[in-house]
Structure formats: C-alpha cells, structure tokens
Design a protein around this ligand. Structure first.
Ligand SMILES: Nc1ncnc2c1ncn2[C@@H]1O[C@H](COP(=O)(O)OP(=O)(O)OP(=O)(O)O)[C@@H](O)[C@H]1O
Ligand SMILES: [Mg+2]
Length: 486
C-alpha cells in the first residue's frame, strides 16, 4: 500500500472493527453468564418449593410420602425441570419421568455445572443437600445456546458492516485530512526557476500542516531571493564589463590607427581585438539570457505568414552555406499564420544554421523545413553531420555545453542553443533535438503556436507576385508555392 490515504483508511477500519469485536466478545461473556445465572436461580427456586412442600419434619415421613409430595409439587414443572432425588448409595426416592430412564451426569465437588444428556440435550444442573436426600434439579440450556448463536450471527453481520462502513469513512477522513498536503504538492510542483513567486496557500488554523506550508514558503522566499541575486549579479556583471571592454577595444584600435607598431605587435593587437569581440558577444548573450529569465524581455509578437521571412532567410542561408561548401535546401509545407518576432526567429535560425554548417561534411546537405499542422508552426534544421548521442540531446541546450571535436574550436561559446531555447520559450513554443531522418546527423526542431490560416487575398497576392523564388538544392530556381506540398 503506497498511498498514505489508503494506509490511513485501512488502519482506521481495522481499529474500529477490532474495537467493536472486543466489545462483542465481552458482551458475549456477560450475556451468557447472565442467562446461565438465570437458570441457576430457577433451579434454586424450584428446590425451595420442594423443601417447603416437604415441610420441616420431612425426616419422619416415609419414602412413599416423600415421593408423593415431590410428585405433586413438580407435576406442573415437568416441562421445564428434570428431577433426581435419592439417598446416596442407597435408593432413588424420586425420578422425573421426562428423563426417560437417563441419568443426569454427576460432576464431583461441583454443585452448579453444565452437562449434556443424549436425547435430551444440554442441561444446567444444580445439586442441593436435604439430608438424607441429594436433590438434583436440571433445566434445559438449549435456549441459552440458541440465543448465543443468534448473538454471534448478529455480531458477525455487524462486524462486516462495520468494516465496510469504517473503510468508507476512513477514506473520506484521510481524503479530508490530506487535502492540505495535496494542495502543497500541487503548488510545489508548479514552482520552478521560471515561476518562483507562487506560494502555498496557508489555512487559517495553526496546525502541523500549515506550519509545514509556512516553512516551505519561507524556503521558497529564500530561494527566490537567491535566484534574484544570481540573476541580478549576472546581469550587472555583464553590464559592468561592457564599459571597460569598450575602453580596451578603443585603446587597441587607437594603437592600430597610430601605425607605430611593428608588424608582429600589430598581429598580436589584431588578435586581442578578435578575442575582445568574442568576449563582447558572450557578455551580450549572457545579458540576454539573464534578462529573458527575469522576464525583462517582451517580444512584439504579431501574427504573420512566415513565407516572406523564410524566403529572405533562405537566400542568406544559401550564400552562407555555399561559402562553407555546404548545400542549403528550403522546404515549405502548408500555409498559416504564427505570432513571432522576425528578428529573434532569424537569430535562432542563424544559430541552428551555423551549428549545422559546422557539423556537416563538405557538400553536406542542410535542410530547413517549415510545416503547419496540429495548431503549430514547426521548423526544423537538419544536417548530415555526425549528430549528437541521444543522452546528450537535451544537454546541448544548457549554457556553455559544447560536445566532441568542436569543443576545441574556439569560435563558439556554447551559448547558442541556450539562447535559441530562451527565444522560443518567449514565443510560448518549444525546441528540441532529434536524430535526422536518415539516422545520420542532427535535426533541431522548434514549434510555435499557429494563430490561424493565411487570409485568401494575401495568399493570392504572394502567389501572383511570382518573384519569391528560392534556389533549390541544384541551384535551379523553384517558386515557393511549388515547393514540396503536403
Ligand atoms: N547540428 C549539430 N550537430 C552536431 N552537434 C551539434 C549540432 N548543433 C549543436 N551541436 C553541439 O551542441 C553544442 C552546443 O551548441 P551551441 O549552439 O549552444 O554552442 P556553439 O555552437 O558551440 O557555440 P555558439 O553557438 O555559442 O557560438 C555544440 O558545441 C555542438 O557540440
Ligand atoms: Mg551554435
């Protein structure tokens, strides 16, 4: 049983049922002894009646007279009582006919006991001394056992009902008792690094659970302030570094402009300037990431048809790919509108393209595919490079993560995909990496919610313009509207 509520319900049901069972057992003992005591009283009353009828001078009477007196006294009671009056080791004085020749068993040294006579059933026996007679009077205890059997049946039924009812009540109670815990769990699972301001609601009463919620809220307060400090530090450090860096760059440029450096010094200053430019870019990127995390960046998201945007990007991408000896292919399937900021999506695509170019072999094909469907605009960039092992496909979106041979390549900082994810999340979309279609190479895919279909008039004007043509893989111009359609 893994759930606490199930365990609580089971314990509750068990405790309630066992308590009731104990009460029933005690009740059984009391009722039985009460009923048996009643039979003893009856036997005693009957004996008192016989003694009274025999009178104080019964010792002077003949045995026949004694028999006669006992018979007349017990006649009316023969349905209830069994009698055996005798003089020990001598003779039987009176023997009731309802015993049908059977003997009431004797238990030595006991005057009140239970016995069973075949053909008659269970009896409660009482022995009395009326010297020189021994008077044995017995009453059937079958009714007592019948009552006790009925009691057991009723109690068993009640115990089963109790078990069922207490299980239901136990579940209800544990559901109520654990409600605050569920609330804590739901709220805590919503609180993440991007949503640290949410707090667990605290009930008015001061109990253990509200105390726990208060402690958790205090922990979230501390976490939030630490996160804020870290973000502020990253943002401020990046910002503060920019000014001295600009000054160093200006100084270096001045040295070059003055022209008083030897060729060797000039080379080294040139190298410094390149490194400075790289450092500057890293700072810009870190600044962007910390501002995006602090939700300090708001995008101008306007619904638009990505057709023109993709066409323009495709032209630039082709030039860039050709420059590095790679082949670029743009495939556009379906039409629709998506709310995006062109400049930011261009930044994402440029980084994906740069990664694909760096990973691709010479003459490798890089495919940019844009599709609309299931309420999203989906764009993927696929290459024919070495790819990324499945276990690393999520890690490459972390900051400063660079894999394999390229990690020796000093041109990148490992921030590109982290920025891509930030930008796509600002567009309320998602981005991930998977194996390329042929099994070789990497395919990075992002999705942004689609906002509708392209209005008819706009679609026609784009088609009639006819000027939007992207070079195909072979270098032949293909109108956008004729690209692979599905
Ligand atoms: N298409 C790809 N094929 C193989 N590996 C890739 C591909 N794209 C990214 N990677 C791996 O993921 C790492 C992280 O990529 P990311 O774009 O974040 O950083 P970068 O390209 O190294 O540097 P930056 O983009 O900041 O200049 C890369 O260093 C590379 O190892
Ligand atoms: Mg990159």
């Amino acid at each position: 049983m893994r759930s606490i509520s199930t365990r609580l319900a089971a314990w509750y049901a068990l405790a309630a049922t066992v308590t009731l069972a104990c009460l029933f057992v005690v009740g059984y003992q009391l009722l039985e002894s009460y009923l048996i005591h009643g039979l003893d009283l009856l036997n005693t009353a009957e004996f008192e009646q016989i003694r009274a009828r025999l009178g104080p001078d019964y010792k002077t009477l003949s045995l026949d007279v004694v028999n006669q007196r006992i018979r007349t006294t017990t006649e009316y009671a023969s349905v209830l009582f069994y009698f055996d009056v005798n003089i020990p080791k001598h003779s039987t004085v009176f023997y009731s006919a309802n015993l049908r020749g059977r003997v009431i068993p004797d238990v030595p040294k006991k005057h009140r006991y239970d016995a069973s006579v075949p053909g008659i059933g269970p009896l409660r026996v009482a022995e009395f001394l009326l010297p020189p007679f021994d008077v044995t009077i017995a009453t059937s205890s079958a009714q007592v056992f019948k009552v006790m059997d009925g009691y057991v049946e009723v109690c068993t039924g009640l115990l089963i009902a109790m078990l069922a009812v207490s299980t239901v009540i136990g579940f209800g109670l544990s559901w109520l008792a654990l409600r605050p815990v569920r609330l804590i769990r739901e709220t805590a699972s919503r609180i993440g690094s991007d949503n640290l301001s949410e707090r667990i609601p605290i009930a008015g009463v001061r109990d253990e659970i509200s105390e726990l919620a208060r402690l958790l809220n205090q922990m979230f307060n501390r976490l939030e302030s630490s996160f804020k400090q870290v973000r502020r530090f990253a943002a401020e450090a990046s910002h503060e570094l920019k000014t001295p860096l600009s000054l160093v760059r200006l100084q270096a440029e001045k040295l070059l402009v003055d022209g008083r450096l030897s060729p060797a010094d000039e080379d080294s200053v040139q190298m410094q300037l390149e490194e400075l430019a790289r450092l500057n870019q890293i700072i810009e990127e870190l600044l962007f990431l910390s501002r995006a995390e602090a939700r300090a960046i708001t995008l101008q998201l306007k619904p638009q048809d990505p057709c023109r945007f993709l066409h323009t990007f495709g032209q630039d991408a082709r030039v860039l790919a050709e420059h590095h000896g790679r082949v670029f292919v743009l495939v556009r399937e379906g039409e629709g509108l998506a709310a995006f900021e062109a400049q930011r999506i261009r930044q994402v695509l440029l980084n994906l393209l740069a990664n694909a170019v760096a990973a691709s072999p010479r003459d490798g094909v890089i495919t940019l595919r844009s599709t609309f469907g299931s309420g999203v605009w989906r764009v993927s960039v696929e290459d024919q490079g070495a790819g990324v092992p499945p276990s690393e496909r999520e890690r490459i979106f972390e900051r400063f993560v660079r894999l394999g041979e390229r990690s020796g390549d000093e041109s990148g900082s490992g921030l590109g995909l982290a920025i891509c994810r930030s930008i796509i999340e600002l567009h309320r979309g998602r981005i991930w990496a998977e194996a390329a279609a042929g099994g070789q190479g990497l395919k990075v895919v992002f999705e942004i919610p689609a906002t509708g279909l392209v209005p008819q008039g706009i679609a026609e004007s784009i088609a009639s313009a006819g000027g939007e043509r992207v070079p195909s893989r072979e270098g032949e111009p293909v109108p956008l509207s004729e690209e692979t359609e599905t």
